[in-house]
Write a protein that binds this ligand. Structure first.
Ligand SMILES: Cc1ncc(COP(=O)(O)O)c(C=O)c1O
Length: 376
């Protein structure tokens, strides 16, 4: 067992280093607070998830979660903040239904960048609703690189440009975003809260919560007010952003537990130092792992173009599939779990979100060195 894991055992936290892509590791302080206050929330004699969502406690948690997101990310006043059930997948369809469908803006088209598995799903849903132009497809590189921001030109009639800012499976991440005449719509599921956002470029940002902000099942949606005004009136109730804005994310019985945890994660992030802290941590953690790949003399290979390597999901292979499997198994035995690559691509993947301590990346890098020395 490596030193760092021994120390973890000695402190009796009994926590593994969880490198899963999502659901994933969450801050221990937050989990402990939930555990302490869940049965009897602030002396109410009941937990939050047993109370009416119209109670003053739950309404206050929603207000604080919203304010927490606004403060941490610096979300401007011209953007609404919503917490919506259905995760990020639901947004793949809800976005074109509101912004692209006939009636929203004359049935125009939207531009999409196909950068990997998640953008592919978003494109499929957009095409089920209207016309999605794929203006870049990374197929020739097997989705290991991205277009240079300056080279991205949108179609004349595009109502928005959709990007997946960080492809969780392929491990590619945009470094900057293009200047285009239409608003950018971004799936930031696997990177939100890990670096600052220039909101002037975006009309809508969405993220499934289960990586950097809380438990699965809810999506954080940030949407510019002028886009909400364009949502077609003929959509069914739950599908219309305007109704969720009016209902302040409580159009129906909302996912209270998820939003409560998001509030706690925002408090935790603020106490740590906010987005600047998160960004520096992400740089440090990812450098530790990419350096381990580089110094292995070719034992580990990362297929991703160096310019677009993700700071959240580090993908790599060993010299063979058998060694990939051995790597994952041995790491698991040492208390480092979730390192198997996605079933569609194989290999290995280390997901290193905000709650992953630097010590986790160091422990993994040290194991990578040992494994390469033993099997190289
Ligand atoms: C980039 C990205 N987009 C969308 C999703 C889908 O999220 P959900 O499971 O919340 O629908 C995921 C899943 O983890 C993801 O990584």
């Amino acid at each position: 067992m490596c030193d760092i894991l021994r120390r973890m055992t000695a402190t009796n936290t009994e926590r593994i280093f969880n490198f899963s892509a999502g659901p994933c590791t969450l801050p221990l302080e937050v989990l402990q607070q939930v555990s302490d206050e869940l049965p009897n929330y602030q002396g109410a004699g009941a937990s939050l998830i047993e109370m009416s969502h119209r109670s003053k406690q739950v309404v206050s948690v929603f207000e604080q979660a919203t304010q927490g997101v606004r403060d941490v990310l610096g979300v401007p006043d011209d953007m609404h903040i919503l917490f919506l059930g259905g995760g990020a997948t639901f947004q793949f369809g809800m976005i074109p239904m509101n912004l692209l469908a006939p009636g929203s803006d004359g049935g125009k088209s939207a531009d999409y960048i196909h950068s990997g598995a998640w953008s592919k799903k978003a494109i499929a849903d957009a095409n089920a609703v209207g016309k999605a132009n794929v203006i870049y497809d990374g197929k020739d590189s097997n989705y290991t690189t991205l277009p240079d921001a300056a080279s991205i030109k949108t179609s004349d009639d595009a109502v928005y440009l959709h990007v997946c800012s960080n492809e969780t499976i392929g491990g590619v991440q945009f470094d900057t975003y293009p200047d285009v005449p239409c608003p950018i719509v971004a799936d930031m599921s696997s990177e939100i809260m890990s670096r600052p956002i220039d909101f002037s470029k975006f009309g809508l940002i969405y993220a499934g919560a289960q990586k950097n902000i809380g438990p699965a099942g809810v999506a954080l949606v940030l949407i510019k007010k002028d886009l909400v005004d364009q949502c077609p009136g003929n959509l069914i109730n739950y599908l219309n952003y305007a109704n969720h804005v009016k209902g302040e994310s409580m159009l129906n019985t909302p996912p209270v537990f998820q939003v409560y945890m998001i509030k706690l994660v925002m408090d935790w992030l603020k106490a740590k130092g906010g987005i600047d802290w998160a960004q520096q941590q992400a740089v440090n953690r990812s450098e530790i792992l990419y350096n381990a790949i580089e110094r292995s003399g070719g034992f580990y290979k990362c297929p991703v173009d160096a310019k677009y390597r993700s700071k959240m999901n580090v993908v790599f292979t060993t010299p063979s599939e058998d060694l990939d499997a051995g790597f994952v198994k041995e790491a698991e035995a040492l208390g480092m779990s979730g390192l198997k690559g996605h079933r569609s691509v194989g290999g290995c993947r280390a997901s290193i979100y905000n709650a992953m301590p630097i010590e986790g990346a160091e422990a993994l890098a040290s194991f990578m060195d040992d494994f390469a020395a033993k099997n190289g």
